[in-house]
Design a protein around this ligand. Structure first.
Ligand SMILES: [Zn+2]
Ligand SMILES: [Zn+2]
Length: 350
């Protein structure tokens, strides 16, 4: 057991505050790491405030984690002390169902174990996330971080990066494909960077003209202000794929209209209230598809990190000390961040 310093919410109405607990000693296949950086995902805020009605308190959020290995269990073969590693949203799954066997642990039919607010399958303890000085995770759920990337900018790749990479790959974003990204936040800015690096023609949709310049800097070939009907009409029936990252309830029809026959729009934003159902004829007459996608499996997450290493891609971030986390949550609610907060976990060691 080792003493770990963290920030936790003790109930839905309280701000996050210092919290101390014991991490388990590494089991045979465990990797122990000192956490260096942890990204701040909107779902951290949802869970700290019990907005999904399943939070177990105290909760230590954080599932965009970069750390350095400090110890390994006796049967670990993939990692050694000193390695730079990452941990995302999952720390275990059943490993035997058909989804797990296909490397799609995020769709585990027996329920995967979340990095925080999950229940460890061996000892029954509630899992605590990356807003903490150290972490112990089974090697099968640990990722290798490319050495050429800034580790702070890598942290958000573990959730925002894979959440956008997986659908872009699944629906074939690449050369010769026209790909739309709806929304320019934590997810959307990664979608733009990744789709551009995959070789697609990238069109960013935003409601705010103030984001046009930044979207182009991030790699968008074109930017469409989606409130402008004429601008939208110019793109009707032309998209091979649209990745919709918007987490606020909105009308999907204007975007479905932009898909070619047989093309797909995939939702990855998690709105508090469902979007209104889209018009059925919009789907029927062009055999269009509306889909969803959840993060990515472990193998695909490693593939994404390696892809980012090859292409020099990290998230655009604002680094904060742990002590500023409650301010960061308020700023996230106002979309006042470009484009992800990352906590420097050294601030917890002082
Ligand atoms: Zn997340
Ligand atoms: Zn499974």
């Amino acid at each position: 057991m080792s003493t770990t310093y963290a920030y936790a919410a003790s109930d839905a109405t309280k701000p996050l505050a210092p919290f101390e607990f014991q991490r388990r000693a590494p089991r045979a296949h465990d990797v122990q790491m000192e956490v260096l950086f942890c990204g701040v995902c909107h779902s951290d805020l949802h869970q700290a405030r019990n907005e999904w009605k399943n939070t177990i308190y105290p909760v230590v959020p954080g599932h965009e984690i970069v750390g350095r290995v400090t110890a390994v269990g006796p049967e670990v073969t993939k990692y050694k002390v000193g390695d730079l590693v990452g941990v995302g949203c999952l720390v275990d799954s059943c490993r035997t169902c058909s989804s797990c066997e296909e490397g799609l642990e995020q769709y585990c039919e027996n329920g995967w174990v979340g990095t925080y607010n999950g229940v460890d399958r061996v000892d029954g303890q509630v899992t605590y996330g990356g807003y903490s000085t150290q972490l112990v995770v089974d090697e099968e759920f640990v990722l290798r971080v490319p050495a050429n990337l800034d580790p702070a900018g890598v942290a958000p790749l573990l959730c925002a990066g894979i959440t956008t990479y997986s659908p872009l790959r699944t629906w074939g974003a690449g050369p010769g494909k026209k790909v739309g990204i709806v929304g320019l936040g934590g997810l959307g800015h990664m979608g733009v960077k990744l789709a551009r690096a995959m070789g697609a023609h990238v069109v960013l949709f935003t409601t705010s003209p103030s984001k046009i310049e930044d979207a182009k800097r991030l790699g968008a070939h074109e930017v469409v202000v989606s409130k402008n009907v004429e601008e939208m009409e110019a793109h009707v029936n032309s998209f091979d794929f649209i990745l919709n990252t918007v987490a606020a309830q909105h009308d999907l029809n204007p975007f479905l209209n932009l898909l070619k026959r047989d093309a797909t729009m995939t939702l990855v934003g998690a709105p508090e209230h469902d979007h209104p159902s889209p018009q059925v004829f919009n789907l029927i007459f062009k055999r269009r598809r509306l889909a969803g996608s959840l993060i990515g499996g472990i193998a695909e997450t490693q593939e994404m990190l390696d892809f980012c290493g090859e292409h020099g891609i990290t998230s655009d971030i604002e680094v904060i000390p742990m002590q500023k986390i409650n301010d960061a949550y308020e700023r996230i609610l106002k979309s006042d961040v470009k484009y992800r907060f990352v906590v420097d976990i050294d601030s917890l060691r002082k």
